[in-house]
Design a protein around this ligand. Structure first.
Ligand code: DQA
Length: 143
């Protein structure tokens, strides 16, 4: 049995209220519930941590080293800007899945670049809430 860490970056605490035409009406609790159900269905444990602060997300990645088998992460806007988060992911030895509700490649120019993408196993984006289940299943397939 493995522990999978789900990390949620800035502004994802506002899911359900925030730009629902882009991100949907499900809350972060709904998405985490789907992710946890997928992990538990396969006999694994899911932990979740959300922060609006870059350093707290980095600390959570460090704390997962040697303890968690996989990280599923929606880094929010840090996807496009945080070299520090990218470096922290590079230092994590397990499976890493980048997750987005929307498809950033089909949106504004500045969202089209992910600085974490070179350090992840794969990416799930554009499928809204369902992506949380898909991302956990994808991570488990690589354990
Ligand atoms: C997001 C996409 C990012 O560009 C954006 O900054 C977010 C959410 C998504 O889930 O679609 O906060 O990661």
């Amino acid at each position: 049995m493995a522990t999978i860490l789900l990390l949620s970056g800035p502004n994802l605490n506002l899911l359900g209220e925030r730009e629902p035409e882009i991100y949907g009406t499900a809350t972060l609790d709904d998405c985490v519930g789907d992710a946890r159900a997928a992990a538990e269905a396969a006999g694994h444990t899911l932990e979740h941590f959300q922060s609006n602060h870059e350093g707290e997300l980095i600390d959570a990645i460090h704390a997962a080293r040697g303890r968690c088998a996989a990280i599923v992460m929606n880094p929010g806007a840090f996807t496009h800007s945080s070299y520090a988060l990218a470096d922290a992911l590079a230092a994590f030895d397990g499976v890493k899945v980048e997750l987005h509700l929307s498809n950033p490649s089909a949106r504004e120019e500045w969202r089209r670049k992910s600085v974490v993408a070179p350090y992840v196993t794969g990416t799930i984006s554009g499928f809204g809430r369902i992506g949380y289940r898909l991302a956990v299943e994808a991570a488990i397939s690589k354990l």
